[in-house]
Structure formats: C-alpha cells, structure tokens
Design a protein. Structure first.
Length: 598
C-alpha cells in the first residue's frame, strides 16, 4: 500500500509521542486523522504542528472511552491505528491506572476489529513492560503485580498482555513498539516530558542530587522522540512487522552514572560520586531521596532484545541519531525551559566565545539586554516580548550562564562581533558590561540604552558591599524577601522565583556578591563614567523617579552630545519588574533603524 492510500488514525495525538508521530506520518505523505477528548486538545496539536512546519492540521475526531462506538466521526476508511493514548503519571490508584491504560487498550482493539480496511494496529508499550504472556490474569496475579510495581507500571504490564490477547482473539493485525525512556528531539532537544529520568537531571542541574541511585551497571536506555516517530510510521507498510514487537533504544546508552556525568560536564556542575543501592532508596524517606517510589523499578541492569528493531531500522534506511548528542540537546532544552516551569518557545543555550550562555527572545536579534544584579534574563522576558526583535542573555557566571568574570571581554566581543548585537540595553551591572563592549571595539555597537546605570546613581548601602554578608543573604533569600528588597513590595515575588532559584545554584550567589562589591568601589564607578564619555554613539539613559541620576550623573548626561534621558514615574532601580511596558516603550521610542554592516 502506498503512502497516498494510507489513512492513519492516531489516538493520544496531543501527547509527547503522538505529536511527533503525526508530524512523521504527514512528512511521509500519509493522510492523518486524530481522535482527542476535546476540541482544545486538537487546537493545541494544530498550533504545535504549525510551529514545526506543518500548516495543514489533521482531521479532528472525538474519542470517548466510555462509549461503545469509541470514535465520533468518519473513520470507516482508516487503514491503520496508532495507539499512543494512556496516562504517564505516577501516584495513581490501581483503579485509575487500569481505566487509563488497560481499559483504553481493550476499547481500541475492539474498534480496530470493526474497521473493514484496517491493515495494522500499532501499540506503544514500554521497554520494561513489553513481551508479556497474553494469558488472562488472575486476581491474585493482578494484586501482586500492582503491589510490587506500583499502579503506573503494573497497568502498562497488564495493558501489554491485554493488547496481545484481545488482538489475537479478534483477529486484528498488530505491531508493538517498546520504546526506552523517550527523550527530546534529536535535532532540537525539544521535550515537554519532565517525569522519570528528566527529574533526576533536574536535581543534577539544581545541585540537589547527592548520590546516584543504583550502581555502575544501572542501565536506563533512551530513544529520541523523532526517531521513535519515524520508526512507528514505517511499521504499517511492512508486512514482516505484523505480529512483531520491537524494543527501540540505543544499546550504547551510557550506564546511568556515566550518563549523568556526561550531562553534569555539559552543565558545568559537579556530578555526584556517591552511589546508593536501590534497595536502600526504597527504605529511605522520599523527602530525602527525592525519588518517586514508582520510578525505582526502572533502575535495573537488564538488557533488552533490540536486534529486530535494529534490523527493521536498517532495512528502512532509518539512521539512529547519535545518542550522546541527543542527550545533551535534550538536557539543554530541559534546563532552558526550567524543567517545565518556564513558558515554551524562545529559550536556548548558545556558546559565544565558548561560554555556555542562556538566552531568551529572538535568535540573533540586534537588540540585546544585559541584566543587572541580582536578577536574571527571565525578569526581562516581558520587556523582550514587547520589543519583538530583541533578546536577553545572562552574563557569564550569572543566571543560568556558565563562565566567570574573566570571560567577559572575549564573551562580549563574540556577542557584538560580526552580525551580532547592534543595540545593547544594559541594566545596572549590565550597563557596565554594555559600556565595556562598546568602547573595547569602537564602531561595533550603534546605540547604548543604560537602564538604572548604577555608576551615575547614588552608591549602595555599605552592607551591600560586604561580600560574605551579601553571599549569605543571596543564597538564602526567598522570592518574597528579594521582591521586598528590590521593589519595596512582595507583589513581584513571582517574577523573581527564577532569580532566586539561580542564586541557589552553584556559585551564582558568590559571583553576584563579588560583583556587587566591585561595582560599589569609587574607582570602578569613575572608570565607567570615563568610558561613557569616550563613547561616540547614541546613549539613552532610563531611570526610575525613585532612583534618579545623581547631580554628577545629570551633569555627565548633559555633556554627551548624543544622549537622552527618560524618567519612568514611580519606578525604582528595577523598572523591568514594576513597569515593564514603560521600559519597553522607552527602549522602542529611542531605538535606531538597523543599519547593515559592511
């Protein structure tokens, strides 16, 4: 059967695997219909597909697992069903898990048996649960399995057995794919799945992973989401795949300690050397281990029968993406999106001058925001979004960026070199970095916008210049406490949660404290004023009425032939938190037209 003759029905299409599968089927020229529980799920899928280059949304059918007919809409000419439906969630009751993962499988097989043109039913199972004996389960076996494995994994084990037995009983042609832990797209790292292995990576990033569970042989294999999707899309067209199950993974996935060490080196964080046996993890309180009990069965030394999957992939010209590269791209995406706590899109890590740098906004935008202290690029996200063609980056050693103060000269050179930043928006300490970048390489920066330039304002309180005190405070402050300190109210605590999280990671608090102390030194402030006098381009000073320029700062601004000053009424030293629209309006009003470089 040619691709043009195929009509695929995808259940669970709005989920992580399902979205990638719909994309792969469409790119293969297969007609696709999706069955979701609500119009909203289809709309979310359509928006995701559009962002990934598929403007034509699949047909929208409705699924109701409580109805005998199951599908509302025309599906009589469906030639294949891909069942990606189910619940991937820990903490469910046994009844809830069985309804979500066992009863749905039974209903899908029954639907498949009623379709006159069906050529294949493809079921997504799992590498730890596939290959079950299809014999009916006794109540005793069911109770013991759910008690031993937990509701989620036990329901997937039972679902695998039910699928096989029901498909054979009803004469439904089937294929099963048993994927390993599904991680991000092999090219972009994109993933919105934050359970399981992703949770362990999160603790590694945050510096809260004290020990690696398992031993040096613990094997948690992975597979890229896009490779899994391409593999599944080929199954219905291959007659040899009927009544076959495939374990899809890279056998060369590093053992868990090595996998985490690989990511730790990429993150520039320390990898825990201690190992803790799984049996001991089970006995310890969850608040201490940070491990969900239902995930512990995945920590095994077992290996899996992957030869048939490798042969199938080779026969169809499917190249397995490099696993180490995919893992690191996935790890980048997880961290950039703060493991699901940040909004999707427009967030990435780059490497100017070899320094791992967090960036949000439009890639390669000519307007670049350099945040001040003790906040991060995320606090500038509303301003960047309002500006449009702009981005904000965390300075080396701050926020989510790696590196140190010593990297700033080369990093700033890379940021402004070539077709890089043309308009630097520096806030507080970022204003100092902006001036250094503009004066170190004359002609590379067309305009400076200096928001709350500390060296033209009143010096900070003496306590802020004491590094040990500042470091202690910053590493322990709450979002509410920091909001009160920076804005005079706790109303902006939500916008500062990510800054507080960054200050508690690695040496960020210590770096911030050292930079705060250095910025208060009179010689440093005078040096920055002298460099500003030398800068020949446009300068726009933006300050809050509650944190004005000093008389000396006003005099310097008056001396500059191409300088303007904007005062935001009611704002203090952090107007991006309290008055983001006003800040964006001020930046946009003075922004020059972009002149291409020769």
């Amino acid at each position: 059967m040619s691709a043009a003759e195929r009509h695929a029905l995808v259940l669970g299409a709005s989920g992580f695997i399902g979205r990638h599968l719909v994309l792969a089927l469409d790119r293969a020229g297969v007609r696709v219909s999706t069955a979701g529980r609500s119009p909203g799920s289809h709309q979310r899928l359509a928006r995701w597909l559009a962002r990934h280059g598929q403007d034509r949304a699949p047909a929208d059918l409705r699924v109701d697992f409580t109805r005998l007919s199951l599908i509302e809409g025309e599906c009589e000419d469906v030639t294949e069903i891909h069942n990606c439906a189910g619940a991937y969630r820990f903490g469910m009751s046994a009844d809830e898990a069985r309804r979500a993962n066992v009863d749905t499988v039974r209903a899908v097989v029954a639907l498949a048996a009623r379709l006159p043109r069906l050529r294949r039913l493809v079921q997504v199972s799992g590498y730890r649960v596939g290959g079950q004996d299809p014999a009916p389960w006794s109540e005793e076996r069911r109770r013991e399995t759910y008690r031993t494995l937990g509701a989620y994994e036990a329901s997937r084990v039972e679902a695998d057995a039910v699928f096989r037995s029901e498909a054979e009983r009803l004469g439904v042609p089937w294929s099963i794919v048993n994927p390993a832990s599904v991680i991000g797209d092999s090219v972009t790292g994109e993933s919105d799945q934050y359970l399981g292995l992703a949770q362990t990576v999160r603790h590694l990033w945050q510096g809260t992973l004290a020990a690696v569970p398992g031993n040096t042989r613990t094997f948690v294999p992975v597979v890229a989401a896009d490779h899994l999707a391409r593999f599944m899309a080929r199954l219905p067209e291959d007659e040899t795949a009927e009544r076959a199950a495939y374990w899809l993974m890279d056998d060369e996935t590093p053992a868990l300690p090595d996998l985490l060490a690989l990511i730790a080196a990429h993150y520039r964080v320390g990898a825990p050397r201690a190992r803790i046996p799984v049996a001991l993890v089970r006995r310890l309180p969850r608040w201490l281990t940070r491990a969900d009990p239902e995930t512990l069965t995945f920590l095994s030394e077992d290996r899996y029968p992957t030869d048939s999957a490798h042969a199938f992939a080779a026969h169809h010209g499917l190249t397995v993406p490099d696993t180490a590269t995919t893992i690191l791209r996935w790890a980048d995406h997880l961290a950039a999106h703060r493991f699901g706590d940040a909004p999707p899109g427009g967030r990435r890590f780059t490497t100017p001058a070899g320094v791992r740098t967090f960036e949000l906004g439009e890639p390669d935008a000519p307007t670049v925001v350099l945040p001040g202290l003790p906040v991060n690029a995320d606090t500038w996200a509303p301003v960047v979004a309002d500006l449009g063609d702009a981005r904000a980056v965390d300075l080396p050693g701050l926020g989510m960026s790696a590196g140190a103060r010593e990297d700033w000269p080369s990093w700033l050179g890379a940021l402004t070199g070539g077709a890089g930043a043309r308009h630097l928006v520096g806030h507080s300490l970022g204003a100092a970095a902006a001036i250094e970048a503009a004066t170190a390489r004359p002609g590379t920066v067309d305009r400076l916008t200096l928001v709350s330039p500390f060296f033209l304002q009143a010096p900070p309180a003496r306590t802020a210049t004491r590094t040990p005190v500042s470091r202690w405070y910053l590493s322990r402050v709450s979002p509410e406490g920091l909001a009160e300190r920076l804005t005079g109210t706790t109303a902006h605590a939500g916008a500062l949660r990510t800054s507080v999280a960054d200050l508690r990671r690695g040496g960020v608090a210590a770096t911030t404290a050292r930079l705060l102390a250095a910025g208060a030194r009179p010689r440093r402030r005078e040096d920055l004023r002298a460099k500003l006098r030398e800068y020949p381009g446009h300068v726009h000073l933006v300050v809050g009425s509650r944190d004005p320029l000093t008389p000396e700062g006003q005099a310097l601004a008056a001396m500059l032939s191409r300088a303007t000053v904007t005062v935001i009424d009611g704002a203090g030293h952090h107007p991006q938190l309290t008055h983001p629209r006003d800040v964006a309006r001020a930046i946009r009003a003075r922004a020059p037209a972009v002149i291409p470089r020769a």
